[in-house]
Ligand binder design. Sequence first.
Ligand code: ZN
Length: 253
Amino acid sequence: MHINRDKTERYIRGLVLHDFSELPTTELNEIEMHLDACDTCADVFHEEYRALQTLLRWNIRFDNALVIRDRIRRGIEAALVVCPDARRKQRLQRWLSALPAIPKALLKVCLLVPKTGRRLISQITLADADAAPAFAGAFRYEMIPETARGSPQSKLLPNLTKVMIQDSTELKTISLQEATGELTVEIEDYGQEEPEYCLLVPIEGQSEASVQTEGYSRTGGRFRYTFKGLPPGEYLLLFEPDAIPSPTSEVES
Ligand SMILES: [Zn+2]
């Protein structure tokens, strides 16, 4: 007999929260003896533990606007160091000075992230409708026809890796290729000199955020940015704000 669902959940919660008061000592011992002997259950527990930890970490980090802001700041600062162009530098500098405000345009990109059990999920979502009011209501998935199981009829399902967002002026299309780890951002070209910059901030790990400041192509009425070869993980994608306050409103640096 393997460990049942209920005990699994209570045990994992105990592990993550460092509190086993939900489980009597005898049950706790039984579970641990079983885990010692049974690889199947040990695997299940390991996956559940990872999934729950990922969720918790995300929530903790995301709630912590300071952590997010700090990561964004470091990303822009890193881009400033390597940026050879004075005008671009100025734009990045202004973006940096706008940072005390929470970015309005904020998406969360998940690439092959464990969600429940062994399932790996790739999807683009609004990071938080409250944090990104400019996009709430202007965010939609591409709908793709998919054949319903056991029936020749097809229905429209949202493609979670391709979204369109429309802010006050521009239509942007963002798509994620799970197999290659490629994130493409397309911005409508209505004659602006240069598209908004976009910034991709990893939520986990040591890798620094990257600003896409150049290397876009302008074809077919669209600007196109590509982030290539992303490692699996969770990211924030944000865009240079439309209205950047003048540098005089700069707070601390
Ligand atoms: Zn077992």
